[in-house]
Design a protein around this ligand. Structure first.
Ligand code: NAD
Ligand code: DAU
Length: 348
């Protein structure tokens, strides 16, 4: 029986990782440790919350003493660390929140793990879930590999880069067994509607404008969230100690093209006349420090661990829209209250 702490398990990606582990490994005890910030939502895990190998602990990773107590109490064999402030635009308004959770919170977890594992690292592993944004931006050509130098531009990516450096430093200094994954943009069910795809789905449903930053030619590499969860499972179990693995969708889209494709699929599913949703597209002021292009070279995880995306973008986007159409109550719940204030400030 292994005990695994998954941090940030009530968030978008974390909830898919928790579900993957709880269902696939009935003999593991999976502890979801999450502070339930605006982005954390236990509704995301309703279907598995009563299973005997799942437990939720509400806790803030910024609280160092609490992390030590929890690690001493539960003696985890592994940590899969996803808890983070994750939205670039919010990092531009509130950088310190990102330093606290993403940097200090990560170091608190590393210290708690070191404290209970230091005498014997056998069978132990700290998996840090990071992002391709740490590599900065690409021009029109090339890909990020695991050897690309870090060059973050937003407070979010700077905080994630810093946390990655700490994780590696704990291996070099204290011999802690660590692995990292650096993934591209995820999309799918439970995606919080501050991010491009669910924001546009929500706005189309409410006939609100679809805000495209700058000229819309910024490019992202999109991966269906369940394929990211599968990659994390593989790397956690089979990745080599001390290694990083880039994870990507082999699926680049310019924002404007992606939003047009989304509009097309939404019109079909809603029986709207062709072109209805596209009329909502509005070009707005650019994001400061906006990275032009991200694209992942996922050769290493493909060749070493035989991982590749299982879902095409057309299928993934269709499944995602269907999920949002079937879960309008979820969408209404997460967009009431604080979300309205955030939206007003961000898009006024
Ligand atoms: P999210 O914002 O949807 O969820 C974050 C979760 O962390 C929430 O449940 C929140 O309550 C929790 N959390 C935040 N601060 C906390 C704290 N101080 N203590 C405990 N819990 C806290 O994020 P996401 O999009 O699911 O991203 C998860 C991880 O994956 C992050 O580390 C992010 O950097 C990384 N990542 C995200 C993407 C993406 O496209 N979304 C891509 C690559 C990597
Ligand atoms: O690349 C991985 C990263 O992907 C993760 O590390 C982050 O946690 C995650 O939020 C995501 O970051 P992005 O900034 O790429 O995602 P976002 O959905 O915010 O924006 C995607 C692109 O769309 C980006 O070029 C900015 C643009 N955009 C975004 C919003 C919210 C718009 O044009 N309009 C918008 O309203």
């Amino acid at each position: 029986m292994k005990t695994i702490i998954i941090t940030g398990g009530a968030g978008f990606i974390g909830s898919h990782v928790v579900r993957e582990f709880v269902l696939k490994y009935p003999d593991y005890k999976i502890i979801n440790l999450d502070a339930l910030t605006y982005a954390g939502n236990l509704e995301n895990l309703k279907d598995i919350e009563t299973l005997p190998n799942y437990q939720f602990i509400k806790a803030d990773i910024v609280d160092a003493k609490l992390m030590l107590d929890i690690f001493e109490n539960y003696q985890p064999d592994g940590v899969i660390h996803l808890a983070a402030e994750s939205h670039v635009d919010r990092s531009i308004s509130n950088p310190l929140d990102f330093v606290m959770t993403n940097v200090i919170g990560t170091v608190n977890l590393l210290n708690a793990a070191k404290h209970i594992w230091k005498d014997d690292y056998t069978g132990k592993r700290f998996h840090h879930v990071s992002t391709d944004e740490v590599y900065g931006t690409l021009g029109n050509e090339g890909f990020f590999t695991e050897n690309t130098a870090y060059d973050p531009h937003s407070p979010y990516s700077a905080s994630k880069a810093s946390s990655d450096h700490f994780v590696r430093a704990y291996q070099d200094t204290y011999e802690m067994p660590i692995v990292l994954t650096n993934c591209s943009n995820n999309y799918g069910p439970n995606h919080f509607p501050e991010k491009l795809i669910p924001l546009c789905i929500h706005n189309i449903l409410n006939k609100k404008s679809l805000p495209i930053y700058g000229d819309g030619k910024f490019t992202r590499d999109w991966l269906y969230v369940k394929d990211h969860a599968k990659a994390i499972d593989l790397v956690f179990h089979e990745g080599k100690d001390g290694n990083s693995y880039n994870v990507g969708g082999f699926n680049e889209w310019k924002n404007i093209d992606l939003v047009k494709e989304l509009c097309k699929q939404m019109d079909e599913k809603l029986n709207n006349p062709v072109g209805t949703s596209e009329q909502l597209i509005t070009f707005v002021k650019d994001r400061p420090g906006h990275d032009l292009r991200y694209a992942i070279d996922a050769t290493k995880i493909n060749q070493e661990l035989d991982w590749k995306p299982s879902v095409t973008f057309e299928e993934g986007l269709s499944k995602t829209i269907d999920w949002f159409l079937e879960n309008k109550e979820w969408l209404e719940n997460v967009t009431s209250g604080d979300y309205q204030n955030y939206y007003e400030k961000q898009y006024k």
